[in-house]
Design a protein around this ligand. Structure first.
Ligand SMILES: C[S@@+](CC[C@H](N)C(=O)[O-])C[C@H]1O[C@@H](n2cnc3c(N)ncnc32)[C@H](O)[C@@H]1O
Length: 280
C-alpha cells in the first residue's frame, strides 16, 4: 500500500484471500469496519440518479476490490452489514458453517435481485471465487491491475458497465487499476463512485478519469465512517498525514473513527443536482 502511513496502517491482508470469509468478517468487526454499510444508501441514491439520467432499469456494476462480494450482497438484498456480521460470526448463525450449499441458499432466500449484476475485480482469487460460487458476482476478474494489463477475456467481462464502485480499496488500487478498468468499459461511459479512506488521495485517479472525459466531484455530504483507529500509533500517523495534506480532521479527532470521502465521476453535466459537490 502506498503513502506515508505505510507500516502504521492496520494490516488486514491475512484475511483477504481465504476460502471462506469468516476471518475477514472477524478482523473487520473488531475495528467496527462499516464503510460498505454506510456506503449502501449513497450508492442506492446514485444508482437511482443514474437510472433516471440514462433511462435504464438493469445495471451492470463493477466493484473494484470486491473481496467476498460484500457490496454485491448488501446492494442486491435488504441485508445490512450487521446482518452479515451476525450470520457469519454468531455461534449457530446461518453462515457460521462452511457448507457451500447453505451459503448459496442463504443469499438466494434473501431474494438476490437480478436487476443489478456485479462484476468483481480483486486479486484475492479465493475471495472472488467464493462470491462467484454464491452467485453474488456474475463474473470475477482476479487480476492485480497495478502490475499487469487485462486479458481479452477480462476486458470483455468489463464491457457495457454502468457504474464502477469501490469501498476500502483505494490505496491498494491506484490510477493504474482504475484506468485499466475504465478503458475496458469506456464505450458505455460508466460513472465511477468511490469511497476513499483518509488520508489517501483521489487526485491521480480523478486525473486518469479526466483523460476519459469524466468530471470528478468530491461529495463532502456523503463522507462516511470507515472504521475505528486500531492503535494510538495508527491514529497519530493518520492524523499527521492528514494534516500534512491539509485535510480537515475534526471527525477523526473527536470520534475515534477514520472517515472515507466520496467521489463521483461522470461525463460533464450528467450527474444531477443531488450529486453536486466540489470539482476535483
Ligand atoms: C478492506 S478490503 C475491502 C473489501 C470490500 N470492498 C469492503 O469494503 O468490504 C480491501 C480489498 O482490496 C483488495 N485489493 C488489494 N489489492 C488490490 C488491487 N491491486 N486491486 C483491487 N483490489 C485490491 C483486497 O484483496 C481486499 O479484498
Amino acid at each position: 500500500m502506498r503513502g506515508n502511513i505505510q507500516g502504521n496502517k492496520h494490516d488486514f491482508t491475512a484475511a483477504y484471500n481465504r476460502r471462506w470469509p469468516h476471518a475477514y468478517f472477524r478482523a473487520h468487526l473488531a475495528l467496527d469496519y462499516v464503510i460498505s454499510d454506510r456506503a449502501k444508501p449513497v450508492f442506492e441514491r446514485i444508482f437511482a440518479e443514474y437510472r433516471r439520467v440514462r433511462n435504464k432499469t438493469s445495471l451492470k456494476i463493477i466493484d473494484v476490490g470486491c473481496s467476498y462480494g460484500i457490496n454485491a450482497a448488501l446492494l442486491r438484498t435488504d441485508l445490512d452489514l450487521d446482518d452479515l456480521y451476525a450470520a457469519y460470526l454468531k455461534s449457530g448463525g446461518s453462515l457460521s458453517g462452511r457448507q457451500e450449499l447453505e451459503h448459496r441458499a442463504f443469499f438466494r432466500d434473501r431474494g438476490l435481485r437480478d436487476d443489478i449484476q456485479f462484476v468483481g475485480v480483486d486479486p484475492s482469487f479465493r475471495a472472488v471465487r467464493y462470491a462467484q460460487t454464491l452467485g453474488l458476482l456474475e463474473v470475477g476478474v482476479t487480476a492485480d491491475l497495478e502490475t499487469r494489463d487485462l486479458s481479452v477475456k477480462e476486458r470483455c467481462a468489463l464491457e457495457d458497465a454502468d457504474i464502477l464502485i469501490s469501498t476500502g480499496c483505494v490505496g491498494y488500487a491506484t490510477e493504474r487499476t482504475f484506468a485499466r478498468v475504465y478503458d475496458a468499459s469506456a464505450t458505455s461511459r460508466p460513472w465511477v463512485v468511490a469511497f476513499v479512506m483518509h488520508p489517501f488521495s483521489y487526485d491521480d485517479i480523478a486525473a486518469a478519469l479526466r483523460g476519459f472525459g469524466l468530471e470528478t466531484k468530491h461529495l463532502d455530504q456523503f463522507r462516511q465512517r470507515q472504521r475505528r483507529f486500531s492503535t494510538l500509533v495508527e491514529r497519530r500517523a493518520i492524523l499527521k498525514a492528514m494534516s500534512k495534506l491539509g485535510m480537515e480532521d475534526r471527525l477523526e479527532r473527536t470520534t475515534g473513527y477514520i472517515y472515507a470521502s466520496c467521489y463521483v465521476s461522470a461525463p460533464p453535466g450528467e450527474a444531477g443536482l443531488p450529486l453536486s459537490g466540489d470539482p476535483c
